[in-house]
Ligand binder design. Structure first.
Ligand code: IMP
Ligand code: MG
Length: 167
């Protein structure tokens, strides 16, 4: 669906865009990466930034196995550093129903962040259940389950360099 060269080009653009938006903040940006799917995207995005940034991770999952949400959300790991007064970019692989990122954003705001924005590699609006404002979007994709570049099916295929639709 999306080859690695196209992904790389888009991620560099997002990195430049984010660097411009946060050019004037007086503390390092905090990238909060939603495990596990967003790690590959986050690693490339981080290296596309021209501003200082810290890394934090949260573990959230509404897809324990398979290709459809069971509607429940697990938050197994929260950020370690204090976020009070910090500017945060949540980094997610794909926004589907929006439930995951909404829940994480709510928790991060409660920790006193000065601002919380969202960077998503993929946006699949067809199955949205809750409204989500994506500040930095890589690609809008049609209603297909995708794998590769960090995205999995039952834990597999994250290592693929390109993004494929699973058939
Ligand atoms: P949401 O909470 O329904 O928006 O689901 C988002 C989460 O489900 C993401 O963190 C992904 O890890 C996972 N997910 C949703 N769609 C896909 C897909 O097509 N491939 C792989 N993972 C997916
Ligand atoms: Mg996942």
């Amino acid at each position: 669906m999306i080859n690695s060269a196209r992904i790389a080009r888009r991620v560099r653009q997002l990195g430049r865009q984010i660097s411009e938006v946060y050019a004037d903040i007086d503390t390092p940006l905090v990238m909060v990466v939603i495990l596990k799917g967003a790690t590959v995207f986050a690693a490339d995005l981080l290296r596309s930034l021209s501003i200082p940034a810290e890394l934090e991770f949260v573990r959230a999952s509404s897809y324990p196995t398979g290709t459809s949400s069971n509607g429940r959300l697990r938050l197994a790991h929260m950020v370690e550093g204090p976020l009070v007064g910090r500017h945060v970019v949540l980094v997610e692989d794909i926004i589907d129903s929006g439930v995951t990122v909404n829940a994480v954003a709510k928790r991060i705001r409660k920790l006193g962040a000065a601002s919380v924005k969202l960077a998503a590699l993929l946006d699949r609006p067809a199955r949205r259940e809750v409204e989500v404002k994506i500040d930095f979007t890589g690609f809008v994709i049609p209603d297909r389950f995708v794998i590769g570049y960090g995205l999995d099916y039952a834990g597999l295929y994250r290592e693929l360099p390109h993004i494929y639709s699973l058939t």
